[in-house]
Design a protein around this ligand. Sequence first.
Ligand code: BGC
Length: 718
Amino acid sequence: MVRTIAAALLLTGAAAEAAPTGDPATRAAALVAQMSPAEKLALVHGYFPPLAKPEPPVVLIPSAGHVPGIPRLGIPTLRESDASLGVANQVEQRRGDTATALPAGLATAASFDPSLAYAGGAMIGAEARAKTFNVLLAGGVNLTRDPWNGRNFEYLGEDPLLAGVMAGEAIRGIQSNHVVSTIKHFALNAQETGRAVLDARIAPDALQESDLLAFRLAIERGRPGAVMCAYNRVGGDYACENGMLLTDVLRTDFGYGGWVMSDWGAVHSTVKAALAGLDQESGQELDAQVFFAAPLAAAIAAGQVPAARLDAMATRILTGVITSGLLDDPVPATPQPIDYASHAAVAQRVAEAGMVLLKNDGDLLPLAASAKRIVLVGGHADVGVLSGGGSSQVRSVGGAPVEIPLTTGAAKSFARVTWHASSPLRALQAALPGARVSYVDGGDPAAAAAAVRDADLAIVFATQWQTEAQDTPTLALPDRQDTLITAVAAANPRTLVVLETGGPVTMPWLAEVPAVIEAWYPGQHGGEALVRLLTGAVTPSGRLPMTFPMREADAPRPVPVGFTSRTVNGGGPPFTVDYVEGADVGYRWYAREGRQPLFPFGFGLSYTRFRYARPTATRLQVAFDVTNAGGRAGADVPQVYVAPPGGAFRLAGWDRVDLAPGATRRVTVTLEPRTFARFDGHGGWSVAGGDYRVAVGHFAGDAALAMTLRLPPIRYDR
Ligand code: BGC
């Protein structure tokens, strides 16, 4: 990575001198002016390599997408790979090509550490570049509105500020390698069930103040070269032919200059899509026809689409290619060496910062040095850690010790239940050479109970596999794992549960176990990261980026809308999903409905304690002291929630502070006003004048410090 960045710096300097003058859009327009109509048309649709059969000289790398370049103008071929968690290789289309797997997006979000989001992005962007890809289909920022959504693990949680900041930093990191990152899926692709047919309904201002706010903040920070529009409809129109989203919001409100590419198989028309603002049809073989090839040429010839629109499409594509740095610093045509060891360290840092300690009665953790007999139960913890399925699936360095093909379901063709080769068992054995650490598979609860009876500690690894294209109809752990946990806890009161899940699960056994860690899908070094937390080498610091509900019925939609055993990704009759919570996603819904969550947004324990004191608030800044009042070094995430007059609390800022035992630091949090402003319908935001309640807390709903902030009316045009 160091090498790539250094090279990039040198090249940037050289390119700056050689580069044509003008802003990216002007440079892009000058290139488009030199193109033939056929060249422009070739730029606005792309192959899906697994199904495409192009004419020579086009050579496809097995991956998500390919758009031929225009060598005579120096315009690079776009080689597109998934995704946010690393360079994907879902069902090993590229035999033997492994990459570094980050933990789930939820783990990155749980770190509340923008610098880690950036580091993870910089790392996967460097690998994409070294593997000759120049577009990374990353930046998944859909808000996690429903706890059962199959893709929650790819995303960054339920809060627009947290998700927007973290996505923006990840994108910035990726593009620091001079490759394009997307941001996706624009917008409201909040469930997988029926994603290709459903119509998402929400009030326009509520959409602006929630999902679109996350996109807006991420685009401002990360400046992604491309936006990927979603499969679903929003307010009646498919997202990829939705003038409200692609033109009114993205161009007019956001002032976005890059290009809109479709999701794979998400285009349904030529004229409507082109006029609404779609710039490029991706994965064309997955659509009913290649809408942006001959049909677009015909529509232009017939005057249904202005020729200037094709110019604008090509110009926006090149604008994204230029702003990301790709045009001036092309990706080498042959694979480059990758420093996998340092990249694995990045994945491990994210995992260590993102695991959330949910319960730790009697200070069961960190493990006493005196623990001599530890039994690990289930979850294939002898060989690895679970990952999430679908297009984001990385085939990680070290391979897949367990890989289970699917026999049914919408994800069958492109997902397998896959474990990364990071064995918690071996990591714990290495960390505690004086202890006897063993493993039982957990398939038989009675046998597991017998195995843990005389142990100093039992650790149950409970897994819930989630995948793109499918939602889970229940938040209960599958395969009778609740029974397993109850049996183990009954046999040994010193039982820790480690959750490897794609989001919240119900925990009917919670009162029976003293300790629980949410490890998410912890990535390629998840086993090593977990063991560093267990042994106290690292103090847990992750905070939940999603509310964990007490029961399914407490969520805005208790089960996936439209879910039947027959519902498949692409098919089924259309249906609507009403986002009744509006902008009150996640913790705001639970507060509004007066429902107590099992664990609130922002919650996470530590091996030490933090106290807040001496608050002051001036205009958009809140300052206070954070003290580490316990006996260990650790990081805290103080959170500032702001409630407008008569309104509910929203996260408006946070900090992440590392503190030695006994140390105090004064932190100043600058509030993001759009989290408590109202979108006024004309691209602008207004903060009403008045008294705003401010809570500095350890989680949503907590008010360790409370104060009032008097604000004058403030208006923002953009
Ligand atoms: C997913 C996208 C992905 C694309 C290409 C789609 O099914 O929704 O996130 O980038 O496939 O693989």
